[in-house]
Ligand binder design. Sequence first.
Ligand code: ZN
Length: 251
Amino acid sequence: MTKNYFATGIISKSTNFGEADSIFHLITKEYGLVKAVAKSVRKPKSKLKGHLQTLNHVNAYLRKGKNLDLITQVESINSFNSIKKNLTFIAQACYMTELTESVLSEDQPSPELFDLLVSSLKFLETPKNGILLIHCFEFQLLALSGFKLMFLECVNCQKEISENSHVFSPVQGGVICPNCKKTENTKLISLNIMTLKILRNMDRENFSLLLKISPPKNIIRELSRIFDESIKELLGIKLNSQSFYQTIVKH
Ligand SMILES: [Zn+2]
């Protein structure tokens, strides 16, 4: 990385620093997670202020620093204003950015993960955004992190499973066939047939189909449990924003 560099990113977090500065976390396409300071950004006349808002998609010009890099110029590409008008969308968007940040490292870019976040935020803005968007996002994020959940074959013996096998192991990251179930000693979750059908469509990457359907609440609860437990077991994380968005979505 040269002394001055350019990055395109989503602002995931900001914290006040010193008298009038702030530190921003940027999920960037080029460099993974970047933490950088914007000088005097909390002063009323700051030119950076309007662009450096959480969830904004920005083009940023930065300078390498000893400890923290410095944001020298920034312009917004998309402020996602329709997300920011709705508390449920804000909660869902914050959950997606926090989850992305938690699997990214500094100086370890993942352009695919960045593109997934941007396309999911754009989809959240469309009037037809589906209730399954967050779970499709979680499925793809897990796959890009090296944990592709398996719903078509048994995660243990790779045999194709019939639609009568309805158990899922979050530790193994997939469904378990009746034969392997007998000896499986990790925690298992029983699935409704409709939940299994939705998950199998995720495995087939039929995301456009899934974003059109609106399953009943009991199925949504089962799906939430599958992904909560898988993220906890496979990525080893539990996020505050997750409980926050789930509380909002349920009410
Ligand atoms: Zn098996």
